[in-house]
Design a protein around this ligand. Sequence first.
Ligand code: 6R9
Length: 635
Amino acid sequence: MSYYQVKSLEQYFKHYNKSVREPRKFWDKIADENFTWYQKWDKVVEFDMQEAEIKWFVNAKVNITKNCIDRHLAKRGTKTAIIFEPNDPKEEAQHITYNELYERVAKMANVLRDQGIKKGDRVCIYLPMIPELAVAVLACARIGAINSVVFAGFSASAVATRIIDSGCKLVITSDGGFRGSKTIELKSIIDEALQKCPTVEKVLVVKRTNTNVNMQEGRDQWLQPLLDDAVPNNVAEIMDAEDPLFILYTSGSTGKPKGMMHTTAGYMVYTAYTFKNIFAYEENDVYWCTADIGWITGHSYILYGPLLNGATTVIFEGVPSYPDFGRFWEVIDKHKVTQFYTAPTAIRSLAKENWSWVDNHDLSTLKVIGSVGEPINEEAWHWYNDHVGKKKCPIVDTWWQTETGGIMISPLPFVTPTKPTYATLPLPGIQPVLMDELRNEIEGNQVVGSLCIKFPWPGIARTIWGDHQRFKETYFSTFPGKYFTGDGALRDEVGYYRITGRVDDVVIVSGHNLGTAPIEDAINEHPAVAESAIVGFPHDVKGNALYGFIILKESGEGRDRENLIREINEHVSSHIGPIAKLDKIQFVSGLPKTRSGKIMRRILRKIAEGDYSNFGDTSTLLNPEIVEEIKEGKL
Ligand code: 6R9
């Protein structure tokens, strides 16, 4: 592998400047030197940022699984590709070598083909964090099926929305999943979801919990007997660089979830390059990212990035607090983890517990530790640095999004001096800019603005499945010609970036992006509710929690409030999932609205935060008196 690796800040700047001056040459070299292609590209990149049309490595032919698995077999066949650490520490960990991974993916790919799945068909994967999840994702990529992994914490109705939107033909699930002390009945959630999904013809079921499940004749089959009969090798499908690789849903500020579509070659090049550089990965390292493969972090940095680099990657089924608060640290100790990548919400929840949970384990193998998902607050940063990294492991605070495919702004370990709460500098090849309200680029340092990226990079999502117009409007219209991230940021005196949070109606709760609109829709479906508005407010552990302002219908006025709160939260749980439950619900008689009928969320946000100092300009409010009422009734 010959991705460039910079050794000093000076080298970084040299490299960075080159990547901005000659982006085509920069990416051409990385793609050329580090992957196996059936056919190389005619053109490195072709784009029209106004129309949101972007193509990388035009006309190249490739299969990403050949690059993740096959090409490593000669040198690394017996090396561990995946370490599976089960939910229950008493269950033995599994070490899956590259040879074994090849066989398992080949068999799975053959099963999918036998079931009639062809290139371009959509497959929904709804599985817990077990090796079959990785195998299923890779098997789809092997045969060119477009997979849509749905996080196994989503409810039946949320899964159904996603299956319907992408028109999946087949679902891969399991009888159930273990999560801490709980067992989640995944198959029965799928059964309920599929009542609304006419496109699904087949369901393949992995046995994990031995829970009793209902198997529908003609539709459902146990996966294992099919795998037992399958041939252990498979010729990979030849994919065009721009053929879709996967769809992954993310919340929007309005309407239904957005199916972000990533394509093959650009995503491959970008995840491999970023993984290698940001985690300073070396041949015998053991890398662990605690995310779920149901989120982009799991796609890019549990599966693709590590496997493309021939790395050993840990898949962890459990949760940080089970069987006790020492679990993360015990796993690092047990598997001699060298790079550890987690989320601020996990750090905060563990930092609340006794230090001895960490200090009783040997973490001396760690070299680099990372954070992702939301801004990391100063206190959590220091705790992570002191207790986990022991002040000797650089913290890579990595800023990126489902839409960006891979990490965009992050320190490079041992190169970029870190600064708490700062994601620091863009990776070579990435050109961030801050924009003001008049849509002008803000030059210079010590400035704040809306974070945009002004030149495409290989990992950028290409569209929203089935709705290119929405893709264009959401990301390329606010600041014409630029990709708008939806985040605000500041640039300090030396040019370091600090992400200040979302500027739209998305709230990040425990690292999960939640659009407020779908939650409001779910609440409004409750028969006693007339209208609602959801905002985020700061929470010690979750980063943000949800605060709901709810107007009841006349028929709901006399109802017992406790019961109503419970019912409303059940409604949210069943429509979106338990992660979207509201921490606080305040019943109000009206919501502050502008003359054009828009809820002024900025005011509600301030009230939820308990900050009454300055509501800003309220002159456009139709009903200013409501603000006082809401303030007085605040919980
Ligand atoms: C990878 C991922 C994207 C949003 C993003 C931003 C927030 C992620 C961050 C961060 C500050 C970081 N975010 N990493 N904010 N510092 N290091 O999380 O993707 O689920 O799509 O979320 O998360 O607000 O816009 P996704």
